[in-house]
Each structure stands twice: as structure tokens, then as C-alpha cells.
Design a protein around this ligand. Structure first.
Ligand code: GLU
Length: 469
């Protein structure tokens, strides 16, 4: 049997981390089994869905490398199919027109609440005479189509791939609305029609959909087709475990992570570890390895919380494992407006071990591309004695006398010698020099940076530093 999975985002917001997470599992499972992964855009909530959000989701999935094999299918372009299927159920007496007004339903619910009964539709329109239905339809009375819950059905049981056996009492589900008069189908119905039409064999989705599953199973039964297998994984929690991952504790938009210099392969790797434990507790796994090793049965039943430090660490690991050429290329793509793009290649070996994300490159190396601003207090913080200026003058002299052509191999020795002659510590000397060159106390390796700056620029910078002391 061909394995067919789907990812069914609603385009009511930008692609967020939870959606990327939702795409990962059906993707991995389909790929692992040489199956088909389908992308379906569930845009029937016409008030909240937009084309822009759908495009943002699609772009994000492409960027992550979670490429689908079928779709994207937009539900709003498939309304005639849903109508046909709803009419089929009506014809078979498995669904019916309900003409109850909002007000009537509201009153009914109030009464039920007051009597402490479960608030489900009474079934008033279940058995209206044919003539009455015809007459109401032709005179344009507002209606919905409801699914006729099979009275004798009893418990709906299913074996969840992650949670195991789950059962619901079907009689508590009521006669659910499946379509409105305007022809727009409701969630549970449209999902079933599509899962059926797309021959989905495995539905992997968040456990917020467990309670929808019995309704969907009943609809599959009404269409005389066995339902797909379901697997409901836990949703990601906020870092402080205060609830489902939300904007409350930081951005959840994938595009913000992208703009911040996270790599798609690191995000995939990280998301995979949030929901699944790979054999041998490995932490760094390529997408190909994930596909190979993935097993639904090893998915976590308990919800994991977002862990930004872990993602930072994984991203850093990916950066370090890249060749210099590849990192250069990624940085050039990431920084299309960088003032000196050609210089990025020279700088990459100096910073590869020091950045966790691509955006760290800019603050760490900016001084190489633009003249630093100096602050006297920074120098005073390193060297506390009165003769700071004299010491800096001497450092400039050493610098000026360094042999040309300018070669980093001799810098260290020259300044060590200077430190010894002046009775300074090597650390102090190097730090003064570092601030003189970069304006900051933390920088990539000092002598390599001087090499990249060149002799004239290095001397000019020290002189400028001197002028503020
Ligand atoms: N559109 C639904 C969601 O975004 C899909 C649920 C499902 O996979 O059935 O939650």
C-alpha cells in the first residue's frame, strides 16, 4: 500500500514554528516509506484566511526543504466536490437540512445548560417531511446541513499511533453541521472529504485534534470507507511551559528566525528532537538521517517546551561543520547589502567558531568594514594607570615599525617583547591593542584582524584611538 500523508495548514497567519513542526512529521513519515506528502491549504475560514499567509507558508516550507509531492490544494477551489459529497449524504439519509434559527438554537442551549444536560443539537429537523423541506428551500429560508449521527453507533474507538487506544461516546457528539447555505463546508467534513479524495493513509497532527477524530471517523463510515490511521503528537509548549507555543514568550514566526540567521537544516534538526527521540540519543542529524531513522513509535507522548538555547547551540554546530566556502556563500546570501562582500571570505575562518547564527557576523566583524568609535573609558578599564597615553603612543610606535610586507606571523612576538620591556602583562597589552584596532574588547583573533585591515588602516586606527586619550 502506498503511504500518503498530508499537511493541512490554515492560512490565518504567517508560517509559525508550530506549523513547521506540523509539516515535519507527515513529511518524514512519507519520505521514510517512499510515500507521498501532500500540501493542502485549509482556507475555508474566509474571514481569517489570506492569500499572503498561504504564500508565506508555502515559501517557508520551501525554505525549510519540506517539499511536498502533491498540491498545494486550496479548499476554496474545491467547493463543488464538497457540495456533491454533502448532497450524497443527504440522498442516503445520512445528512439533513436544518432550518433552525440562531435564536432557536441559542434558547435550546440555554435550556440544556440550565438542566445540566450536554449542549448538543436536539435533532428537531432530523425528520422533516419532504414537502416542508422543499418548500423552505424554495422560499430561501436559511439553513445548514447536519450530519445524522448514527443512533446505534455506541463507542467510537481508534488506535492512535502515538497515544494507543482512544475511545469516545459517540452519542455525545450530536448532529454536527457539515455545510452552510453558502456552500462553505465545515472543518470536520471538509477534512474527511479531502482525506478521502486524496487517499490519505496516515494523518499525523497535533493532539488538539484528538477530539475531532471520532467525528471524522463517523464521517468516513458514512462514506463506507475505513478511516486513515491517526497519530496525534503533543504540541510544543512555551519556553516557560506556560502553555502552547505562542508569541507571548517571543516571536514564533519562522520568517523572524530566518531573518535572524538560523539555518533551515538546524531548525529541522531542532524541531525533530522536540518531538522524537532518535536512537542513541544523537543530537545532530541531517534531514536524510532523520528520514532514515524516524519511527512514529518513538515520538514523545509528553509535550516538550521550546528551548532557545538548544536551537542556538544546534545552529552553531551546523555553522561550524560547514566548509569556509559554504559559510561564505551563506553569509553573502544572508547579507546581500553588505558593504564589502568580497571580504567576507577572508573573515570567515576567523569567526566560524564564534558565531551561533548568521546575524552574529555583523556585530562581531563590523569593525573590519567600518571605522570604530572609540571611548576613553574602555581603554581605562583595561589599563588603570596614569600613563595610559604614553603606553598607547609606544604601541603605535611598535606598530609603525613592524616589517612590511605586513605579516601576521611577526605581530605576536613584537608585542610580547614590548610588554616585557614595559613591564606590562601580555593580556593588558593585547587588550589595549584590540580596542585600538576594533574599538571593542571582544573581537575575532587580533592579529588576523590586523592582517585583514592592512598596515595603513591598522596604524591609522591606532592613531585615531590615541587622539581621544
Ligand atoms: N487546518 C487544520 C490545522 O491547521 C488541520 C488539521 C488536520 O490536520 O486535520 O490545525
Amino acid at each position: 500500500m502506498e503511504i500518503r500523508t498530508r499537511m493541512a495548514p490554515s492560512p490565518t497567519g504567517k508560517l509559525h514554528l508550530g506549523t513547521a513542526y506540523a509539516a515535519l512529521w507527515p513529511y518524514l513519515f512519507a519520505k521514510k516509506n517512499q510515500g507521498t506528502f501532500i500540501l493542502r491549504i485549509e482556507d475555508t475560514d474566509t474571514e481569517r484566511s489570506t492569500k499572503e499567509f498561504a504564500e508565506n507558508i508555502i515559501d517557508g516550507l520551501v525554505w525549510l526543504g519540506l517539499k511536498w509531492d502533491g498540491g498545494p490544494f486550496y479548499q476554496m477551489e474545491r467547493l463543488s466536490l464538497y457540495k456533491e459529497k454533502a448532497e450524497e449524504l443527504i440522498k442516503e439519509n445520512k445528512a439533513y437540512y436544518c432550518f433552525c434559527s440562531m435564536r432557536e438554537l441559542e434558547e435550546e442551549r440555554k435550556k440544556q445548560a440550565a438542566a445540566d444536560q450536554s449542549q448538543i443539537y436536539s435533532g428537531k429537523c432530523r425528520n422533516l417531511p419532504k414537502e416542508e423541506i422543499e418548500q423552505k428551500l424554495s422560499s430561501g429560508v436559511d439553513f445548514v446541513i447536519r450530519f445524522k449521527l448514527p443512533v446505534e453507533r455506541g463507542k467510537v474507538k481508534f488506535s492512535d499511533l502515538i497515544h494507543g487506544e482512544i475511545e469516545f461516546d459517540s452519542q455525545l457528539l450530536g448532529d454536527m453541521v457539515i455545510m452552510r447555505k453558502n456552500g462553505i463546508p465545515l472543518y470536520n467534513f471538509v477534512v474527511v472529504v479531502d482525506d478521502l479524495d486524496m487517499k490519505i493513509t496516515h494523518v499525523l497532527r497535533g493532539d488538539d485534534h484528538i477530539s475531532n477524530t471520532p467525528r471524522q471517523i463517523l464521517l468516513f463510515e458514512a462514506f463506507n470507507t475505513p478511516p486513515p490511521q491517526y497519530g496525534h503528537y503533543p504540541m510544543i509548549l512555551n519556553q516557560d511551559r506556560s502553555g502552547k507555543l505562542s508569541k507571548r514568550t517571543g516571536s514564533t514566526a519562522l520568517s523572524d528566525y530566518r531573518a535572524d540567521g538560523f539555518l533551515p537544516e538546524a531548525i529541522i534538526n531542532y524541531l525533530a528532537l522536540l518531538g522524537w527521540t532518535p536512537p542513541g540519543d544523537r543530537e545532530i542529524l541531517s534531514k536524510e538521517e532523520l528520514i532514515q531513522l524516524f519511527e512514529i513509535k518513538n515520538m514523545n507522548v509528553g509535550a516538550a517546551a521550546w528551548n532557545q538555547q538548544k536551537l542556538d547551540w544546534i545552529n552553531g554546530q551546523y555553522i561550524r561543520s560547514m566548509s569556509d566556502e559554504e559559510l561564505t556563500q551563506r553569509l553573502q546570501e544572508f547579507l546581500p547589502d553588505h558593504p564589502i562582500r568580497e571580504k567576507i571570505a577572508e573573515v570567515v575562518p576567523l569567526i566560524k567558531d564564534r558565531i551561533k547564527k548568521l546575524s552574529d557576523f555583523v556585530p562581531l566583524t563590523n569593525f573590519l568594514f567600518t571605522e570604530p568609535e572609540y571611548e576613553k573609558s574602555v581603554f581605562q578599564g583595561i589599563y588603570k594607570k596614569e600613563n595610559l597615553r604614553q603606553i598607547m603612543e609606544k604601541i603605535v610606535e611598535v606598530m609603525e615599525k613592524l616589517p612590511r610586507p605586513w605579516q601576521k606571523e611577526v605581530f605576536e612576538e613584537a608585542f610580547r617583547k614590548f610588554a616585557e620591556e614595559e613591564g606590562l602583562s601580555v593580556t593588558e597589552t593585547f587588550q589595549l591593542l584590540r580596542v585600538g584596532i576594533s574599538g571593542q574588547t571582544v573581537s575575532p583573533p587580533l592579529f588576523e584582524s590586523m592582517q585583514i585591515l592592512g598596515d595603513q588602516e591598522s596604524v591609522a586606527r591606532l592613531q585615531k584611538a590615541l587622539s581621544i586619550l
